[in-house]
Design a protein around this ligand. Structure first.
Ligand code: KG4
Ligand code: ZN
Length: 320
């Protein structure tokens, strides 16, 4: 639905949430062969995200909580991305996490279930947002096999078909800054300038793509990876200098939709090899937004008796 509209329209997202939330919950209970009696508590995302969609989830969670007399466990969307790898791998605290998605880009030390030390974040846009915007501008969806893919995935597949991945030169963002922040705006502008130049050169009109589209996607993947690796290396050095992660626990967890990208993951794996870090990422279904990671975060809090809310009136959506 969102692909058809060329992006997420908040009103449409809210309506889809409203019509889906009840059937999704009841089908899930049915498939898992459990009833509400087997459920201890209800975990629900309160932030960050589109407020219109978050409200739908919160209201439904409150409705269930009142009807079945259950407590609610509020969840932070990004914390859930950072924790879900613990469901699939034996990863102990503390660890370094790189969260890369359509709305966020951040590096943090996960010290415990509710203890996060933010090391850096994007000062403008997120990498997934850049991929989605550039893919749209490149008209990648006009290639039938890309029609059902999100922008990031389309860029990854197109880039893997490059014949000259070094044709386009792109800058390394924030190269002179010794912090852990990110920036993707300049990269996006550089890609769009190359695209515009090639469109003029080939006198491209309407629905046509530039012949070098694969090479441009490869250049963007390479530049994005270099930037992510550069900042993650900075975070590893910072952790070392400040004793934030002991030598025995050097682990990097990469998550969020963009973590599905194998090119980016392989680049980060090389860095980890160099710095003696173990690298993990959840399976693709758990990297992109999903309900399982919210439930898992709820379970992690439940086991420790954290954030279990019985006074439902105290819960509200704070926006982003
Ligand atoms: O985490 P997510 O599902 O939603 C947000 O919280 O934003 O991430 C969605 C983002 C989209 O921008 C999408 O283009 C990107 O993840 N994405 C990818 C890939 N698969 C999804 N980006 C690069 N390569 C991929 N294979
Ligand atoms: Zn997300």
């Amino acid at each position: 639905m969102h692909l058809r509209h060329g992006g997420i329209i908040p009103d449409i997202a809210r309506d889809l949430h409203s019509s889906s939330v009840e059937p999704v919950v009841s089908e899930t209970l049915q498939q898992a062969r459990v009833t509400m009696d087997d459920i201890a508590a209800i975990a629900v995302t309160l932030k960050p995200g589109l407020p219109l969609s978050l409200v739908v989830g919160m209201k439904y969670a409150k409705h269930l909580a009142r009807k079945y007399n259950k407590p609610i466990i509020p969840i932070h969307h990004m914390e859930a991305h950072a924790l879900v790898a613990r469901m699939q791998h034996n990863i102990e605290f503390p660890y370094l996490t790189l969260l890369i998605s359509g709305g966020h880009c951040l590096l943090a030390v996960v010290e415990d279930v509710i203890q996060f030390k933010l090391l850096g974040e994007s000062i403008d846009m997120a990498p997934g947002e850049m991929f989605d915007k550039v893919a749209r501008r490149m008209k990648l969806r006009n290639i039938p096999e890309f029609a059902q893919m999100c922008g990031g995935q389309a860029v990854e597949v197109a880039g893997s078909r490059a014949t000259n991945p070094h044709l386009f030169k792109l800058p390394l963002p924030l190269a002179d800054y010794k912090d852990c922040n990110f920036s993707f705006n300049g990269l996006k502008t550089s890609v769009l300038l190359h695209l515009h130049r090639k469109e003029k050169e080939h006198q491209i009109t309407a629905d046509k793509l530039i012949p070098e589209v694969n090479d441009l996607c490869a250049a963007m993947l390479m530049a994005t990876s270099r930037h992510l690796v550069h900042r993650t290396q900075r975070a590893m050095e910072f952790c070392q200098q400040n004793n934030l992660i002991p030598d025995s626990k050097k682990q990097l967890i990469v998550s969020g939709g963009v973590a599905c990208n194998n090119y980016i993951f392989n680049a980060l794996s090389l860095l980890c090899h160099e710095f003696n870090y173990q690298i993990y990422r959840p399976t693709p279904k758990l990297c992109t937004d999903n309900g399982v990671m919210i439930a898992w975060n709820g379970l992690e809090k439940w086991r420790r008796g954290l954030d279990i809310v019985t006074d439902l009136n105290t819960l509200d959506i704070e926006g982003n």
